[in-house]
Design a protein around this ligand. Structure first.
Ligand code: ATP
Ligand code: MG
Length: 435
């Protein structure tokens, strides 16, 4: 039976498809083909009515015509491109009268998957800050940026440490955008912000009906969502031990299982963690898994406190000023030198974030376009209190340790015992006081 060649409608329908489609009759003559299929398979324009074997001698469609069985999801490489091919027989009254091939690029499937993942997760999956946007030309900062660039080129897990407001999240975003994964998602989660059970279901997702209130159809976890990209686990030190074990498994197996689910889902994610806690000490106290610590601490990026890179302050201040001038009605152009020298005396426990807040406050309160000490009274007060507090604590602790060391003739074990701390703590304090 020789079929009529394709109707106009059929041609329009397959031309509108993103897939390559090719149809043959029972004698393997091409009855319908779209542009994509011709491109993908390298077929000539005039092919309708010719036998497919003239162009593809051992076409898989011959097998379908013979067996009448469909073959779904066959992965094939043609002209160096990975394809997913579905082949189906066309049956009429129990007999095979033709066959269809539907061809998709794997790249397209992955792109589509990414789009769906993005749609499902509204809360921004994109990193905004590049490493080159990070301000600071001090040596420590330059080193950090160089190291971050190097780390970005690898795919290993990164641990970013640093005090609050030192730019940990900024660096995590920058690393993602400098990496091979920059086109993939950047998913951030703060492990301290959620109670244990919520953190678990956010990270791993759940299957439908796992618990009351569970969304119909289940929910994708952040690891799945970060597939092909980077997941940033902020404040990792606050992660409960049980979830730490689950994370360890993800690191080892590179796969997740949703809560209440059976299916193992492979995930390809780069993990960046951040903390302002002493994780190493936490492993000794048993609040952080030691094996996890070593798995995470492969590439370590330590961000400096603002206090040890005071030379970056003016540049930071002026960049904040630029931003703030757009937000606030009256323009501030200059900070006087004595304000900068005040800034250099302050210890900035909240680092860059605190500096930003202080600048914003001054801009709002400023009475003219130059900011002078009179606009910085609150900081002067703060500074007075802090300097006194700090000095006295620093001085007493240092002198106590010194005199104990003398009494015990430098025997640190004895000194630690007398202070009621362990040796590591003593060692850390001695380092702090340059002893
Ligand atoms: N080097 C920098 N250049 C420009 N802006 C910076 C820099 N470092 C930090 N910031 C700004 O300071 C603020 C805090 O940065 P970020 O959130 O990255 O810090 P963090 O270390 O994650 O803080 P926390 O520990 O409180 O979570 C942000 O507004 C960020 O844009
Ligand atoms: Mg942060």
């Amino acid at each position: 039976m020789l079929r009529d060649y394709a109707s106009k409608e059929a041609q329009v329908i397959i031309d509108s498809s993103h897939d390559g489609v090719i149809v043959v009759d029972q004698e393997a003559r091409v009855t319908l083909v779209n542009k994509h299929a011709k491109e993908i398979l390298g077929l000539p324009d005039q092919i309708i009515g010719s036998k497919i074997t003239e162009f593809i001698p051992n076409s898989d469609l011959l097998r379908i015509l013979r067996t009448g069985k469909s073959e779904m999801g066959d992965i094939n490489t043609i002209f160096n491109r990975e394809l997913i091919i579905n082949r189906l027989p066309i049956m009429e009254e129990g007999k095979v009268v033709g066959a269809v091939s539907n061809i998709k690029h794997i790249d397209d499937i992955q792109k589509m998957e990414m789009k769906i993942r993005k749609k499902l997760h509204q809360s921004g999956l994109e990193a905004k800050h590049q490493l080159s946007d990070i301000i600071g030309t001090s040596n420590v900062m330059k080193e950090c940026k160089e190291l971050a660039e190097k780390f970005a080129k690898t795919d290993a897990t990164i641990m970013i440490t640093g005090g609050s407001g030192t730019g940990k999240e900024l660096f995590a975003q920058g690393i993602h955008l400098s990496s091979m994964r920059k086109k993939g998602p950047f998913v951030a989660i703060n492990c301290a912000a959620l109670p244990e059970s919520l953190l678990e279901s956010e990270l791993f997702g759940y299957e439908e009906g796992t618990f009351t209130g569970a969304i119909k159809g289940g929910k994708m976890g952040l690891f799945e969502l970060a597939h092909g990209g980077t997941i940033f686990l902020d404040e990792i030190g606050e992660m409960p031990l049980r979830i730490q074990s689950m994370l360890l498994r993800v690191l080892e197996e590179r796969e997740v299982r949703r809560i209440g689910g059976e299916k193992i889902i492979p995930v390809d994610v780069r993990i960046i963690v951040a903390t302002n806690r002493e994780l190493e000490q936490m492993t000794q106290e048993g609040t952080f898994r030691e094996d996890l610590y070593y798995r995470l601490n492969i590439l370590a990026l330590e961000l400096p406190a603002l206090q040890i890179r005071l030379s970056d302050i003016p540049e930071l201040v002026y960049s904040f000023l630029e931003e703030l001038n757009e937000k606030h009605p009256h323009r501030v152009a200059v900070f006087s030198d004595d304000v900068f020298s005040l800034f250099k005396q302050y210890e900035w426990p909240g680092n860059v974030r605190e500096l930003r807040n202080v600048v914003e406050r001054m801009v709002i309160l400023a009475e003219d376009d130059t900011i002078t000490l009179k606009d910085a009274k609150f900081l002067v007060e703060k500074l007075k209190n802090r300097v006194n507090e700090k000095k006295s604590k620093f001085e007493t602790e240092k002198s106590v340790i010194l005199s104990l060391l003398e009494e015990e003739q430098g025997n640190k074990t004895r000194v630690a015992e007398r202070l009621g701390v362990d040796r590591t703590t003593l060692w850390r304090r001695m380092k702090k006081y340059n002893l």
